[in-house]
Design a protein around this ligand. Structure first.
Ligand code: IPM
Ligand code: MG
Length: 363
């Protein structure tokens, strides 16, 4: 089969980690007889530097007409990069919001998984870790505060005042809830829906619609949890979670927390899906401008994102399994980038880590 993949290398460590993911995809293509056609587009700071805007209409069209989008990371140091002197609508992050909206990528899946081999990197105590944990944060990605009406004005007396509105209609809630329950059906069949229903109307609607959807999934255990409690439970007892289903802003915060408690943010992938098969795949971590170009970055999150791409956009489950198995094997064999290094292991750079993984991809 022939597949078209739009590639956004992005900023900071983005190009280095995406290059390794492409090498892995090429090995998959070779072994399984597929053709992947890569179409590189600029987004974020890299696009600002060339075109003065973080995403051009042409680049967006290429993404829209592809079968999937593979992304590194975008953005720079907000304190020092000139990109952050620009008005908010021209900064790197604006491109990310635009591509999410224009591609209809409402469903963001972020697995947070404790790797047996990396247990010592987990910041939690042994008795909390227990037998490990394995959850996914299912985050609504195209609604809520991120896309509500906003503005800054001056009152008549000169006081500056800003507002951001949090709006959800029931259809937006229903479609992400359905995705969340579908994912739960393939896992341990538990959904924790997270909201702030003791304060927010949008959360009360969220809870009502999630309950309606739950009626179609009698096998799935549903619980509702307030977001502040969830933030606490994630460090108190992460084992209790299977699928965390939540709105955009809460999901932004909780997915960072969930990935941090695994101790290996350099390992975690992220998929943002639309109603159909199109998805954007990226590591959960950022562009790490401080180590860019030094062959230090961990490419595993991006390589695992490429595995998710194979699974969700192309339905190539065997190929995705092969990539994930190769990553596990490399960890078993003791190869580590600096972020996950521990005594007795072999320290490798970005490119060498990529090579070790692709050599272990087997048919
Ligand atoms: C993320 C990021 C983005 C978000 C930023 C860069 C706009 O934090 O993907 O989680 O808030 O969604
Ligand atoms: Mg975030």
């Amino acid at each position: 089969m022939n597949y078209r993949i739009a590639v956004i290398k992005g900023d900071g460590i983005g190009p280095e980690i995406v290059n390794e993911a492409i090498r892995v995809l090429d090995r998959v293509a070779e072994q399984y007889g597929h053709t992947f056609e890569y179409r590189e587009i600029l987004m974020g700071g890299a696009s600002i530097d060339v075109y003065g805007v973080p995403l051009t209409d042409e680049a967006l069209e290429v993404a829209k007409s592809s079968d999937a989008v593979l992304m590194g990371a975008i953005g720079g140091d907000t304190n020092t990069s000139p990109w952050y002197q620009l008005p908010p609508s021209l900064r790197p992050e604006a491109a990310l919001l635009r591509i999410r909206k224009e591609l209809g990528l409402f469903a963001n899946i972020r697995p947070a998984y404790l790797y047996e081999e990396l247990k010592q990197a987990c910041p939690l105590r042994d008795e909390i870790i227990g037998m490990g944990f394995d959850m996914v944060v299912m985050r609504e990605l195209t609604g809520g505060l991120y896309f509500g009406e906003r503005g800054t004005e001056r009152r008549e007396d000169g006081t500056r005042v800003s507002h951001d509105s949090l709006v959800y209609d029931e259809n937006e809630i229903r479609r992400i809830a359905i995705r969340g329950f579908d994912v739960a059906m393939k896992r341990r069949k538990k959904v924790t829906s997270v909201d702030k229903a003791n304060v927010l109307d949008s959360s009360r609607l969220w809870r009502a619609v999630v309950n309606e959807v739950a009626a179609d999934y009698p096998e799935v255990e549903l619980e509702h949890m307030l977001v502040d409690n969830c933030a606490m439970q994630l460090v108190r007892d992460p084992k209790q979670f299977d699928v965390i289903l939540t709105e955009n802003m809460f999901g932004d915060i909780l997915s960072d927390e969930a990935s941090m408690v695994t101790g290996s943010i350099g390992m975690l992938s992220s998929a943002s899906l639309n109603e159909g098969k199109l998805g954007l795949y990226e590591p959960s971590h950022g562009s790490a401008p401080d180590i860019a170009g030094q062959d230090k970055a961990n490419p595993i999150a991006t390589i695992l994102s490429a595995a998710m791409l194979l699974r969700y956009s192309f339905d190539l489950d065997r190929e995705a399994d092969a990539v994930e198995a190769a990553v596990k094997q490399v960890l078993k064999d003791g190869y580590r980038t600096v972020d996950i290094m521990s005594p007795g292991c072999t320290l490798v750079g970005t490119a060498e880590m990529g090579r070790q993984i692709l050599e272990r991809i087997e048919r």
